[in-house]
Every structure is written in C-alpha cells, then in structure tokens.
Design a protein around this ligand. Structure first.
Ligand code: KG4
Ligand code: ZN
Length: 347
C-alpha cells in the first residue's frame, strides 16, 4: 500500500509518500517540507493568517515534488492521508480541502489523521520499531502529552500539560532572553556554552500520582531572574527591549532553564514507565530534537526510542506512517462517500 500524506497544521507545508513494508514498518519514499520559519521569525512567532496564506501558495508544488521524489504517479498512489487536527484552523482547512479535492478528482480513499498521534507513530518509519502497548511522550510547540497506545489504535492519555506546552516554554523563554524564533534550537545552542547550575529553577510538583506537566511557573521564574539580573523593576512597564543581557548570562540562563524543563519531562515519563510497564517508550515532537533531553531520558529509560530529528518537527511522513496502520483497520473513507463525509472537519 502506498499513501500520499499531507500536513499543514502549523507553519510547515509538507507532503510525503510512504509505503507499507514488513509488519508495522513504514517505508519512506519521499518527505518534502516547505518551512515558513523565515516568514514568521520577523514577527517572533507564528502568525496564523500569514501561515494559511503561505500554505495556499506552496501546497500543490510541495505535493507534486513529493510524488516526483518518490518516482510515483497518481496511478501508483492507493490512498491519501491528511492532518485533520489539532492545529491552526486556517492552516488545517487548506490541507484538508486540498486532500479532499484531490481524493475526489483522483478517485482515492482519504483519511484524516490526528497530528499528536502521528508525532509518536513517526517511530514506525525507523528500524527500531516500537511494540504495542507503547508509552509516548509527545513534546511539541502546542502539546505535551504522555499517552499509552494500543495496537487496536486506541489511546489513553496519561498526562498533559496544565498550561504551556514544552516547546511553547522554550519559545517564550528564548524570546525573554533575546534569542531568535523558534526558541527550542536557539536555547539548546546557547545552553551548550552555559552553566546549567548557574541558576536553580523550579520544576512543578503536581503530586506523586500525577503524570501531568506545568511549565508556566518555570517560565515566570526565568523572567523574575532576568529582571533581577538587569535591575528592571517588576512593577514597571517593560518589554524585552528594556534590558540587555550579556552572552554568558544568556547561555547560563538557557542551560539552567533547559535543565529544569528536561528534568520535569524525564521525571513524569519515568514515573509513567514504571507504573504502566509498556513494551516500548517513544519520544517524538519538535522538542524531542533536543539532545540534552535525549541524553537525560536515555539515562533513565535506556531502551527509549527517539524519533529521528528530521521526523520530530512537523512533517507529512509521520501522517503517512499512522495512516498505514489506519488502513490496516479499514478506516479510510471511499472517494464516492467523501462529499457526504463531514468527519474530516471534526478537529
Ligand atoms: O512538533 P513541532 O515541529 O510543531 C508543533 O506541532 O508544535 O514542534 C515545534 C516546537 C517549537 O516550540 C520548537 O521551539 C521546538 O519544537 N523545538 C525544540 C528543539 N527543536 C525544536 N525544543 C527544544 N530543543 C530543540 N532542539
Ligand atoms: Zn507537531
């Protein structure tokens, strides 16, 4: 089975062709990603209206390129998969409507895929295949979730963030430190030259039975520290332009923040691992690119499977990998039923 997959939930327009290999393994034939990062960097974050308009401009060429790189023609494609949510509504609609139009005009079955699930199922594109039931830590710009996935394609959410997502915390703290967008890679790079013990930032304690996360207290602690260092009156009106931090202080703050954020992620994941004893642990989503997280989590859970960095940030290959398993369960909508099918819009 060969699937054309489309992803447009945030600021990457992506298309991929994946094929079923042996057992659960998905073979990646092409993986095209057109990033809008440079467009949004000038605004310091994703502007939803701008994102949707950019998707419209590139989505058909990106799909064309994915087919070309996979040496595939429409006749070779058995089905289409598209991210149906969660994400920015304007961006999602571009992907869903494009996929639906193509499915009807090319006479292909279609399926809408959950983006968060797909971040975990990206692991099936690698040689290190997870076994069901597996525990997944999904850490992205919009979500931080611990979930248990069963082979029947059911999911139990074990824990979630109560406020900011992990990636959002990296992005906000980066902004506070005057580092560029996206903040995760910038913090990670600054932290390489910083002292992680320079500042003692807190990790949320949500109780021994909780698998949830909270990053807003950590973010506020970094802000307070920045104001204290720079002598800005917390009661006064200030912006990031009101103060200047020297490079070493930025590096130290970045390293100390990263240490606390990763400590929280590792602590909850290890607790869930010990309690639920899954067959595998998978870590995916943009923040899973973070090498410090990879090192620390591997020390706690040696067999943890990390999605390769190129498949951690948003991509369509992961949408295809999950769709292949949904195809096994016959969950696609046939092209003749697509006009009447509103399930794709349930985001
Ligand atoms: O999964 P993703 O590409 O998009 C969403 O679904 O949100 O994740 C993007 C997030 C951003 O917040 C970005 O700062 C973060 O992933 N990120 C990182 C790293 N690379 C990307 N966070 C920490 N360390 C990194 N190396
Ligand atoms: Zn994502």
């Amino acid at each position: 089975m060969k699937i054309l997959a489309i992803e447009s939930s945030c600021d990457e327009t992506a298309a991929a062709v994946v094929e079923s290999a042996s057992n659960t393994k998905a073979k990646l034939l092409s993986n095209v990603i057109s990033s809008q990062v440079e467009i949004h960097a000038q605004f310091g974050g994703v502007v939803p209206e701008v994102a949707a308009r950019s998707h419209i401009e590139v989505i058909l060429p990106v799909i064309g390129q994915a087919l070309k790189e996979a040496h595939s023609k429409w006749d070779d494609i058995d089905a289409i998969a598209v991210t149906r949510g969660p994400g920015l509504i304007g961006s999602l609609i571009i992907g869903v409507m494009t996929a639906k139009t193509l499915a009807i005009s090319k006479n292909k079955p279609l399926i809408g895929v959950n983006h968060i699930w797909a971040h975990a199922f990206a692991a099936f594109l690698t040689d290190n295949q997870p076994s069901f039931p597996f525990l997944a830590l999904t850490v992205s710009g919009g979500h931080t979730t611990l979930s248990l996935y069963e082979q029947s394609l059911s999911r139990k959410i074990i824990g979630e963030t109560l406020d900011d997502a992990a990636g959002e915390a990296f992005d906000k703290v980066a902004k506070l430190l005057g580092l560029p967008y996206p903040g995760g890679p910038a913090i990670s790079a600054a932290a390489e030259n910083g002292n992680e013990d320079a500042y003692n930032f807190p990790t949320a304690n949500l109780g021994k039975d909780s698998f949830d996360f909270s990053f807003s207290g950590l973010k506020t602690a970094v802000l307070r520290q920045v104001l204290e260092i720079t002598g800005v009156n917390p009661g006064a009106k200030y912006t990031q332009k009101s103060y200047r931090l020297d490079e070493q202080t930025v590096n130290d703050l970045a390293a100390s923040f990263q240490k606390a954020a990763v400590k929280a992620l590792v602590k909850q994941t290890q607790k869930a691992y010990l309690q639920f004893q899954p067959k595998s642990v998978v870590v995916g989503g943009g923040v899973a690119c973070n090498s410090y997280l990879r090192t620390k989590l591997t020390q706690s859970i040696p067999g943890a499977i990390f999605v390769p960095p190129v498949l951690c940030t948003d991509n369509a290959a992961m949408i295809g990998a999950l769709a292949l398993q949904m195809a096994e369960k016959d969950l696609f909508t046939k092209p003749q039923n697509l006009l009447a099918d509103s399930s794709l819009y349930i985001i």
